[in-house]
Design a protein around this ligand. Sequence first.
Ligand SMILES: [Zn+2]
Length: 206
Amino acid sequence: MSSPIGHSLAGLMIYRVVHGPTSGMAWGQLALCVFAANAADLDFVPGFLSGDPNRYHHGISHSIGFAILFGFIFSLMFYLFMRRSIIKYFVIFSGLYLSHIVLDLMYIDTSRPYGEPFFWPLSPVYYYPSFAFLPDIRRSRESADFFISLFSLHNLWAVTIETLMLVPLIIVIWVLQKQSSASVLVGPLQSGREGYDSGREGSSHK
Ligand SMILES: [Zn+2]
């Protein structure tokens, strides 16, 4: 599994893509994106309350079926309360949730169950890809020392690796968006200027 920092960076990346190249940050939207990108790990909560945080972790919450369900519930709420496009927000919220499941697949799983039931409900089989290469976040199986176990040198190393991988991608997206927004602005200005210049040339030949 990835850390909440890795999932939050993935949420930030999707926020940048959805929000577009406009300046400034819509903090409420960003917070919602970060929440949706981390939502699958809420499966720790029932296990944590029962003394075994990993009991329900990487169950059906980490599947395409749950990503679709999550997208459906949130897009329906956006439609009912704010009259937003149900299709657009279904794609955004399902995509945010799915980013979590896909990112988790890139981590070397060191605790049971290995992998995720990625294609649930189409298939209950756990999928653990051979391309997993990132160091996973290690934690205690006991609720009593679960949080303290997260603060280890290994996990610091894992967070550093995922940050070094994801932050450059966010910067590239941000720079590309800035360039594209600049060309969108400069394009009409230049063509307007050319029209103005050609008009002046035309009048000077008379
Ligand atoms: Zn997860």
